[in-house]
Design a protein around this ligand. Structure first.
Ligand code: CU
Length: 143
């Protein structure tokens, strides 16, 4: 019986032994009419003993979903598509306005306040994780 329960525990938690981030405060800016793109933010904490890299991202609301960074060029902010974001063991990454963000490009429909998006992160160890993001009026997103 003990053995059976152990096997059951493995079956119902398939990611127990793989990279998983604690993702909180996950939200997407509701997009403004006339724009086909928007951005998402989150806090991603790595409480595991392993360094984790996010190497890809996709979503159910956009044709393309990318990891972006913001860098300053002189006094101008420039968005860059980055191939990966490293979150070392014990570290926390803040995806926020003017920092790393998730870019949703060619939205399939308008991202409306009150709806939600499914965002899937792919990790360097071959695993992935899907997280729900609340779609929020940009006025309610600080930063
Ligand atoms: Cu961007």
């Amino acid at each position: 019986m003990k053995k059976f329960l152990f096997l059951l525990a493995i079956l119902i938690s398939p990611f127990a032994f793989s990279a998983q981030l604690e993702i909180s405060n996950s939200k997407v800016r509701a997009n403004i009419p006339g724009s086909d793109n928007t951005a998402g933010y989150m806090v991603a904490a790595n409480f595991t003993k392993d360094d984790i890299s996010i190497i890809g991202v996709e979503s159910d609301i956009a044709e393309f979903t990318e990891l972006h960074s913001h860098t300053m060029k002189g006094d101008r902010m420039i968005m860059r598509h980055v191939k990966k974001v490293d979150i070392d063991a014990g570290e926390t990454a803040y995806f926020a306005p003017n920092k790393y963000h998730i870019m949703f490009i060619n939205l399939k429909s308008r991202a409306k306040h009150g709806e939600s998006a499914k965002v899937t992160f792919h990790y360097n160890d071959g695993t992935s994780q899907t997280v729900a993001f609340d779609i929020i009026d940009p006025k309610e997103i600080s930063g």
